[in-house]
Design a protein around this ligand. Structure first.
Ligand code: NAP
Length: 304
């Protein structure tokens, strides 16, 4: 039996592994992909992690992984299918291959891209529809693309794509952006970004590859066709909590209810990172959760 099983290997999970090992608790990290780092793996520059200006996301993720491994954390690449027993004496995490026993669990499965849910999106995914500008932007050099969304990611994606694309349409469902003012200023000052407010996508059209985006202005109800080769969907994230929604308390959006102590509704199970109810989802807040989850777990494991 291991002390702590950490499900997920983004900044929250890897920080939990580092703090567990330093506290003398053996951590086993179960990661779905054979690569640590979570969402930052696809981030070109993480420019707001203290002390690491401009570090690449992949590099930062790997350094978290190497740190945890150096301290003795164990890693397996498997998908967790269920959490079966949640007793104080033994908790059981089940994958397709194994049943792992432990004394405490940290849920750190993060969040995934939200889809628009419009016709053509699923069919043309990878054929011009993308959820990651830094991953796929290079394929659209010199082309015309659309970015959908109004948060930090959409603004950042539009700026990133405008560097290589001929033209970028930024389509937002309201007339004010949610994203940071500093990013908005840069977007407004970029000549090859055209902003289309109050509009949503109705369908993405293409024969094998994206050729057109059909949008509707929600105020005027006017429909327009925009000829683009790429559609970058940046409308937020959804928590990867399907595994635990029937087990621990979650809010209406599926985020695991937990405060800064990271304690869930089940003693000995902690929620760290983007899947937790919180105000700000960043690498630094995910890392902080990893530390707090282990501090809570230490107290729990010391209780009789
Ligand atoms: P977000 O802040 O939740 O923004 C999502 C955007 O998509 C919103 O503008 C929203 O519109 C729009 N939207 C949602 N569903 C939609 C739909 N079905 N159709 C059309 N538009 C839709 O998500 P995010 O931009 O992915 O950012 C996630 C978190 O990461 C945020 O906390 C963000 O601050 C953080 N982040 C930080 C940085 C950084 O600091 N460097 C970089 C990236 C992300 P409404 O505005 O109308 O709701």
């Amino acid at each position: 039996m291991t002390d702590i099983i950490i499900i997920g290997s983004g900044p929250a999970g890897l920080t939990a592994a580092i703090y567990a090992q330093r506290a003398g608790l053996q951590a086993l990290v179960i990661e779905k992909q054979p690569m640590s780092g979570g969402q930052i793996v696809n981030t070109a520059d993480v420019d707001n992690y203290p002390g690491m200006p401009g570090i690449g996301g992949f590099e930062l993720g790997m350094s978290f992984h190497d740190h945890a491994q150096k301290l003795g954390a164990a890693f397996v690449t498997e998908e967790v299918r269920a959490i079966e027993s949640v007793d104080k004496s033994e908790k059981v995490v089940v994958t397709a291959k194994e049943r792992y026993s432990c004394r405490a669990i940290v849920l750190a499965m993060g969040a995934s891209y939200r889809m628009l849910g419009v016709p053509g999106e699923r069919e043309l995914r990878g054929m011009g529809v993308s959820y990651c500008a830094t991953c796929d932007g290079a394929f659209f050099r010199g082309k015309t693309v659309a970015v959908i969304g109004g948060g930090d990611v959409a603004l950042g994606d539009a700026l990133f794509l405008a560097r290589g694309c001929e033209k970028v349409y930024l389509i937002h469902r309201r007339d004010t952006f949610r994203g940071a003012g500093s990013l908005q200023e840069k977007v407004f000052a970029t000549p090859n970004i055209e902003i289309i407010y109050d509009s949503v996508a109705e369908s993405i059209v293409g024969d094998g590859m994206v050729q057109m985006l059909q949008i509707i202005n929600k105020k005027t109800m006017k429909k327009s066709d925009i000829f683009v080769q790429g559609v970058f969907v940046a409308v937020g994230m959804e928590p990867n909590t399907q595994l635990v929604r029937a087990l621990v308390d979650c809010d209406a959006g599926g985020y695991v209810c937990a405060d800064e102590t990271c304690k869930t509704s089940i003693p000995g199970i902690y929620a760290a990172g983007d899947l937790r109810t919180k105000q700000l989802r960043q690498v630094v807040t995910a890392a902080a959760d990893g530390a707090n989850a282990i501090a809570s777990a230490e107290m729990y494991l010391q209780e009789k």
